[in-house]
Structure formats: structure tokens, C-alpha cells
Design a protein around this ligand. Structure first.
Ligand code: FAD
Ligand code: SF4
Ligand code: SF4
Length: 412
């Protein structure tokens, strides 16, 4: 009689050398299988059910790593926290067809019950007419050196919000990007554990043909972090490093990242852009792309909802005001103007419900949300209410928007 096969597992692991600690996977996992410490993001093999909800949103691909192990010898969370690199694959002499099959029938059933499209709120695919992006050309092991070509403040002096427009030039080194992509900055120095700082992610604020058209450069919109999420004073490592850079300084860059938060390119495609603060960076890139190509057939409506505490704290307020009204429909929401009621992007969106409903109905419209983490649920709620008020079946439409790559969320 044949001896039973050893119980094997295709263990889901995160590559610490590529991971940029952006937290996206932890937020995407419906069963809280992903966790992190100050060193690494890791997957708990006892919780992961191989639903794959975390894989498409990961901007670097670090999440998509698998090792065949004996189930009893699966790498523990504690062990993964200590890794600087992934262990090599061990030769076990057994075949495992797919992670779900390896996990057994119970898990396969669970995976079928939880389709990826329902596990996450935004699309995991780009719009059909998006251009093909390059990703991960440069990693922690082989970063590229860019040179600061400019660095200036885009929020008014005297306000709490110190946000900078920073231009990085790549010279003759290829760094091809599309609007909506991001890159990673490696700040110099080491963290409290003596390890090199991990990369921080920043959205690219310039269009694909460069901040300056025809030049190999990109721009970023960086807010200096001086307080943590609880309001306690801190000095954010990368944001302060970036905001203090001088023209000519070298900067270590990795990326580009992102293959879904991309703009459509087909004629008559409309963009609805909803953002707060530095979430305006990808919207600036897309708007500028459309502005440069105005009259070349891409056409389509541009509608922007942009929230900030005050006009003085809104990045790029002046340049935005100079854009022609027949090119872009701009809606500001200010939440801290003395003597005035607080208005958030969701409030302004509700005021424009009739126009939003028309755009929701139109298969040529793509929706982009970027900025503070807290805005995501509120914006989805408004879209749901607008749809329902205008006799649209929101659950079905929401699934459709995701399936067609027309609803993109990036909050941090
Ligand atoms: C997909 C993506 C795109 C991003 N795009 C941009 C962008 O275009 N522009 C931009 O400025 N940032 C952007 N960020 C945020 C950026 O990656 C950094 O997290 C941010 O600059 C803080 O990094 P730091 O090194 O200065 O702070 P850290 O040294 O990493 O953190 C210091 C402390 O501040 C807290 N903290 C971190 N970030 C914030 C914050 N934003 N507000 C309040 N407290 C904070 C941390 O929890 C920590 O306690 C993006 C993040 C993601 C995931
Ligand atoms: S880079 Fe990928 S694996 Fe790392 S934290 Fe972000 S989503 Fe997770
Ligand atoms: S595959 Fe699913 S369960 Fe496993 S870590 Fe990713 S999101 Fe969580």
C-alpha cells in the first residue's frame, strides 16, 4: 500500500526586499491574515485562505510569493518578521498544483464564496484603453539616482500644511511612467533598529511626457509630516527629507509602481477626480495630460472635487484657477474657513448629484479617489446615494465599475 503523501502547503509570503511597506495588502485582506511590525509585512499561514484579494492591489508584486513547505514546518509570523530576504524554495519532492488546491476542499469552497471583485471596493484592473505601464524597473537592490531639478512650496506660507512640488530628473536613465503611477523614495540613513530606511511611496504628479514636456523628469507633491495620525509631534523621515532637498541634490528612487490606477485614453472618455491634499498629485498628472492633448480627439469631461482645510492649504490653488472653465469642472470643498460651515468633498458631490448620475450612467466615465484614508467610505456612500436617487442599481453598478476598471481608490 502507498504511504500517504506528507501534508504540504504552498505558503503565501511577502518578499521583504521588494515590499515598500505601503499597507495596501493589510487593508485588502478580508480575513486579517496580513500583519506587520516595524521591520516586515508578513502573512499568517494559519489564517490565509488564498482568496488572492491582496495580490492585484500590491504595487510592487512583493505579495505574490509562494513557497512549498510541509504544513507543520510553515514559516511562523515571528520568523518572517526577522527576514531580510525570502528563504530559497526547499525541494520536498511533492507537487502542489495551486495554493487553493494545496489548502484542501474547505478552503477552495471559501475562495469560491468570496470572489475577488467583492472583497475590495475599487477596481483591480485598469480601464480598457489605458496604456501599458512599466513597473518595478528599480528595486531596493538597484535603485536609480535622480537629481532634484526644482523644489517649491505649493501651499501658502503661514499655514500648517507645508506641501512641496518637487521635480526629479532622471537624465538619460529610463524611468517611464504613466499618470496615476507612483514611485518609491529611499531616504538616506537608518531607522531605530539600525536598518536602512524602507522606501516611502509618492504619487507622480506629472504626465507621461515629463513635468517639462519632452524631458525625462517627474514631479511629486509632498506634504511635510510634522504630526502623526494622533496629532503628536513627529518628524516624518521621507517627507521632511524631500521637502528640504535643494536643486542638484541626488535622490535614490525605486519603481515605478502601479498598474491599475491609470487613465483611459479613448476619445470621449470622462474623468471624475475626487481628492484631498496630496491626493491631488495623480489628478494633476491626468489633468495636465488632457490639457496638453486638448484638441487631439481624446476630449471627454473632466470633473474635479478637491477638498482642503482652507484655500491657502490647497496645493496648486493658483494654477487650478487658471484652467479654462470649459476644460475642467472644478468643485472645491473647504472645511476650516472661519465663520463658514465645514464642507467636505462628499457635501459638494451631493450638490452635483444630477451631473454625477449622468456620468455614472456613462460607460466612458472613470472615477478616481485619492487622499486621506477616511474619505473612501464617505465617497462610496455618496456614489451609492446618487445612484439610488437616480434609479440606478448601485450594487450591480458598483460591481460593473470594478469589473470595467472604472472606479479607482488610492488612500493613505
Ligand atoms: C499609494 C501611496 C501614495 C502616496 N502618495 C503620497 C503623495 O503623493 N504625497 C505625500 O506627501 N504622501 C504620499 N503618500 C504617503 C507617503 O508614502 C508617506 O507615508 C508620508 O510622506 C510619510 O512618510 P514619512 O517618512 O515622512 O513619515 P514616517 O517617518 O513614515 O512616519 C512618521 C509618523 O507619522 C505618521 N504618518 C505617516 N504618514 C502620515 C501622514 N500622511 N499624516 C499624518 N501622519 C503620518 C506615521 O504613522 C508615523 O507615526 C503615499 C502613500 C501611499 C501608500
Ligand atoms: S508593497 Fe505589497 S506586500 Fe508590501 S506592504 Fe505594500 S501591498 Fe503589502
Ligand atoms: S490571499 Fe487572501 S487571505 Fe491570503 S493574505 Fe491575501 S487577501 Fe489575505
Amino acid at each position: 500500500m502507498n504511504a500517504p503523501l506528507p501534508e504540504v502547503l504552498k505558503q503565501h509570503l511577502i518578499d521583504p526586499e521588494i515590499c515598500i511597506r505601503c499597507n495596501t495588502c493589510e487593508e485588502s485582506c478580508p480575513v486579517d491574515a496580513i500583519t506587520h511590525d516595524s521591520n516586515n509585512y508578513v502573512v499568517d499561514s494559519g489564517k490565509c485562505n488564498f482568496c488572492m484579494a491582496c495580490v492585484p492591489p500590491c504595487p510592487t508584486g512583493a505579495i505574490d510569493n509562494w513557497r512549498t513547505v510541509l504544513r507543520l514546518e510553515a514559516y511562523s509570523v515571528e520568523e518572517q518578521f526577522t527576514w531580510d530576504e525570502l528563504p530559497a524554495e526547499k525541494a520536498l519532492g511533492v507537487n502542489v498544483e495551486t495554493p487553493a488546491e494545496a489548502a484542501g476542499p474547505q478552503v477552495q469552497a471559501q475562495v469560491q464564496e468570496l470572489p475577488l471583485s467583492e472583497a475590495v471596493a475599487g477596481a483591480q484592473v485598469p480601464p480598457w484603453s489605458a496604456s501599458h505601464p512599466y513597473v518595478n524597473l528599480y528595486t531596493h537592490k538597484n535603485p536609480v539616482t535622480a537629481t532634484v531639478a526644482g523644489n517649491y512650496r505649493v501651499t501658502e506660507l503661514g499655514t500648517d500644511s507645508d506641501t512641496h512640488h518637487i521635480v526629479l530628473d532622471f537624465g538619460n536613465v529610463p524611468f517611464p511612467v504613466l499618470e496615476g503611477q507612483s514611485l518609491g523614495i529611499l531616504p538616506p540613513g537608518v531607522d531605530a533598529n539600525g536598518r536602512p530606511h524602507h522606501a516611502r511611496q509618492y504619487s507622480i504628479a506629472s504626465p507621461r511626457d515629463g513635468e517639462r514636456p519632452g524631458y525625462n523628469n517627474v514631479s511629486l507633491t509632498v506634504k511635510r509630516v510634522t504630526a502623526d495620525y494622533q496629532g503628536r509631534p513627529v518628524r516624518g523621515v521621507a517627507s521632511n527629507y524631500l521637502c528640504d532637498l535643494k536643486k542638484g541634490d541626488p535622490v535614490q528612487v525605486i519603481g515605478p509602481f502601479g498598474s491599475t490606477f491609470l487613465m483611459p485614453n479613448h476619445p470621449g472618455s470622462h474623468l471624475v477626480m475626487i481628492c484631498t491634499g496630496t491626493g491631488s498629485a495623480p489628478m494633476r498628472a491626468m489633468t495636465e495630460r488632457r490639457r496638453r492633448r486638448r484638441g487631439q480627439g481624446e476630449g471627454g469631461k473632466l470633473m474635479l472635487f478637491f477638498g482642503a482645510r482652507t484655500q491657502q492649504e490647497l496645493p496648486y490653488f493658483g494654477p487650478l484657477m487658471n484652467l479654462p472653465k470649459d476644460f475642467i469642472d472644478i468643485n472645491f470643498a473647504f472645511s476650516r474657513i472661519p465663520g463658514q460651515p465645514r464642507r467636505y468633498v462628499q457635501d459638494v458631490m451631493r450638490e452635483r448629484a444630477a451631473d454625477l448620475a449622468l456620468l455614472l450612467r456613462d460607460p466612458n466615465t472613470c472615477f478616481y479617489v485619492c487622499g486621506l484614508k477616511g474619505m473612501e467610505a464617505g465617497v462610496l456612500e455618496v456614489l451609492r446615494d446618487v445612484a439610488t436617487q437616480h434609479d440606478l442599481d448601485w450594487p450591480a453598478l458598483h460591481q460593473q465599475l470594478k469589473r470595467d476598471g472604472r472606479l479607482h481608490l488610492e488612500t493613505y
